[in-house]
Design a binder for this molecule. Sequence first.
Ligand code: NCD
Length: 310
Amino acid sequence: MTTLKGKDILRADQFTLDEIALIMQTAERFEGLMQTGDRLTNMSGKVLATLFYEPSTRTRLSFESAMLRLGGQVLSVAEARTSSSAAKGETLFDTGKMIESYADVAVIRHPAVGSAQELAEGASIPVINGGDGAGEHPTQALLDLYTIRREKGTVESLTVALAGDLKNGRTVHSLSALLANFRVRFYFVAPAALAMPAEITAGLRQRGVEIVETTDLAEAAAKSDVLYVTRIQRERFTDPAEYERLKDSYIVDLALVKAAKPGITLMHPLPRVDEIAKEVDTYDGAAYFRQAANGVLVRMALLALVTGQA
Ligand code: NCD
């Protein structure tokens, strides 16, 4: 039987197809139960610890909301970088050793690639990666998948354009790995300086995934079923002038949407800066706020599954 009980969630490529199906089905089940208005108690008596060493609005709030909606409780270090013992030089491994006596499951966001892995090595409780620097963001990828299935009916054989900062954007690293399970075709749209890391592209091609790399957003939008736009990741730039040069590389406005494939679904992990004009929000296929709402359901599923409470 497929189970995620006791497992860490660290990377998008860790999942089997059965595990992905289980997460999607569990999120759907919770969605149905939430609509009946019943109080859920799956996580009653359980504690979630959230350790955020980097800014977050959606990820932290949606994990905390998910835990509370399942009847559990939350312990949170919001400014972990300055207010926790990390400021005194404690390693994540040691933090992991401690956290297991305070909580039943932990979510971490941290600027270093591999940070969630390090915490998980110290902790015996399940650790969930809420974003490790420019590395991965697997729970975002799962909610993105949930959203695509919702908006399109299926994800199989779709053409998906990922646009923006593909070099530093962890959401697209995880999403491309997850969607590779479903015979999607990709357009990777980025300025040359922010292209998808070559090892990711090569790994996907090795798995038989068809990828077109381009700088032309309009061309990709004309051929894609889903356009997933990302923010230029300012905090990953060492040279502010380089950020200024690249920050307005792509702007999705209504003119672009009109020239795109009819019915195209627009997604964005949020926060957006200028890359999607506000005028686009009224377009039916603008799914980014629905996408954010789906985050609570998918995170409810993950919390309940890894603790064996689903
Ligand atoms: C993303 C992240 O933190 O990687 N935000 C999120 O979790 N929705 C995207 C971003 O910050 O650009």
